[in-house]
Design a protein around this ligand. Structure first.
Ligand SMILES: Cc1cc2nc3c(=O)[nH]c(=O)nc-3n(C[C@H](O)[C@H](O)[C@H](O)COP(=O)(O)O)c2cc1C
Length: 213
């Protein structure tokens, strides 16, 4: 099959992103989704607190545990993480979905999204950025790398990925069943496609499959 044949296959919608997708909504985020949410709290060098959700987020290594979030443009979270070398990841749950969304509001740097969303900052143990007290799981992180993305021509993009090593973890004991973390019991909220689409993990959508030996 040639490239031209592939592009002409009526069973598949084909597009090259650099020429636009030609659809009512960009399918990219809906396809790579639902995505876990990096609900990131930071403290600026001026002491101000910040909290915002980032769905360009995931885990990348076990030992030591490394997580990362992607900032589209230079935002307060990126600046704080860069300047202090610290951030905290908090689990966004169904019970906190509304508050999580409120913390995505574009507000002046002076405004703390904790206050805006009626959430309580609580001190971390190893980093100066606070945790979200209402969230059942938080990871205290130290920044390991801040990578500016580039396109295939090597042009710098206005996108940065902040990697952090998890140096401390806080897990609500109710989520540990005989010592095993129960993902679904927390009802994590995930970002789906479209401007307002989300999904939540519930016990009935889970299934088991062992890896081949
Ligand atoms: C669920 C959700 C996911 C988001 N994911 C991202 C993301 O991955 N990258 C990004 O730059 N902005 C993302 N945003 C938008 C930011 O949260 C928003 O720009 C926020 O104001 C940034 O706050 P800050 O300037 O305090 O860091 C997301 C918003 C929502 C509601």
């Amino acid at each position: 099959m040639t490239d031209a044949d592939a592009a002409a296959n009526p069973d598949f919608y084909f597009y090259e992103p650099r020429n636009g997708h030609g659809l009512p909504h960009n399918p990219f985020n809906a396809i790579i989704g639902p995505r876990p949410i990096g609900w990131i709290s930071t403290r600026g060098v001026d002491g101000r607190l910040n909290l915002a959700p980032y769905s360009f987020f995931n885990a990348f290594a076990y030992t030591p545990p490394i997580i990362a979030f992607g900032s589209t443009g230079s935002k307060d979270t990126l600046r704080n993480a860069r300047e202090t070398g610290e951030f905290v990841w908090n689990l966004a749950t169904m019970a906190l979905a509304k508050q999580m969304n409120q913390t995505s509001a574009s507000v002046a740097r002076e405004v703390s999204e904790f206050e805006l969303a009626g959430l309580s900052p609580t001190p971390s143990v190893l980093v100066s950025a606070p945790r979200v007290a209402e969230s059942p799981v938080s990871f205290e992180c130290r920044v390991t790398q801040v990578v500016q993305l580039q396109d295939k021509e090597g042009n710098a993009m206005p996108n940065w990925v902040v990697f952090g090593e998890v140096v401390a973890a806080h897990i609500a004991r109710r989520l540990l069943v005989h010592g095993v973390y129960d993902t679904a019991a927390a009802h994590p909220v995930l970002r789906a496609g479209g401007a307002d689409a989300y999904a939540q993990i519930t016990p009935e959508i889970m299934f088991r499959m062992s890896r081949p030996a």
